[in-house]
Design a protein around this ligand. Structure first.
Ligand code: DX5
Ligand code: ZN
Length: 218
């Protein structure tokens, strides 16, 4: 099932509560929360306190994308703040299997994120333990970047891996997703589309979400 997960990185941070309510009423499926620490990525965004403050404003799943070093330390805080799914970058997890179980032991869904240059082979031995794999389609750190099309074969390869092993895996993509790139990633096998600037720069959020679903071409 295709899901649209707007990233609140492009929202007005002075009224995040209202922003997530508007996304929900505009047909969003999940809310994507980009957590950056200024170390793993060259930008700083929000932490568990912000997640906790938006939690009461929506009943949609909160999809937390941790772009931070030492994610294990902060997993309990994000779980307590209301995360429904936590994804960690394979590039910062020397004990990936342990980290995945750390998330799942808290009763939260677990995902692993791969940067565009990180090969799928790093998740080969843990993929069956995962609820989701997030393939970055830009280098993480900022919204509004250009989609890297060389990630398309990787999406396809992951979809094949998932089918071959009979997994119930969500394949999420993040970065540069708009009405032109959405059909390409869907065709390649992605079923969860993160989108920040394409939704927030559009004058009508509902329309932009429908465009991403391929329901309107305007
Ligand atoms: C980038 C973030 C993305 C970002 C996507 O590091 O992980 O979630 O908000 O923004 P757009 O859709 O503008 O590329
Ligand atoms: Zn993200």
């Amino acid at each position: 099932m295709l899901r649209i997960a707007p990233s609140i990185l492009s929202a007005d941070f002075s009224k995040l509560g209202q922003e997530v309510q508007e996304l929900e009423s505009s047909g969003a499926d999940w809310i994507h929360v980009d957590v950056m620490d200024g170390h793993f990525v060259p930008n700083i965004t929000m932490g568990p306190l912000v997640l906790e403050s938006i939690r009461p404003h929506t009943s949609l799943p909160l999809d937390v994308h941790l772009m931070i070093q030492n994610p294990d330390t902060y997993i309990p805080d994000f779980v307590n703040a209301g995360a429904d799914l936590i994804s960690v970058h394979a590039e910062v997890c020397p004990h990936l299997h342990r980290t995945i179980h750390h998330i799942k032991d808290h009763g939260t869904k677990a995902g692993v994120v791969l940067n565009p240059a990180t090969p799928l082979s790093v998740i080969e031995h843990v993929v069956h333990e995962l609820d989701l794999v997030l393939l970055m389609t830009v280098n993480p750190g900022f919204g509004g970047q250009k989609f890297i099309s060389s990630t398309l074969p990787k999406i396809k390869q992951l979809k094949e891996m998932s089918l071959k092993q009979g997994l119930k895996l969500d394949i999420e993509v993040d970065g540069g997703i708009n009405k032109d790139t959405a059909p390409l990633v869907i065709e390649a096998g992605a079923n969860v589309l993160v989108s920040g600037s394409a939704i927030f720069n559009h004058e009508n959020k509902k329309e932009s979400i429908e465009q991403l679903r391929g329901k309107s071409n305007s």
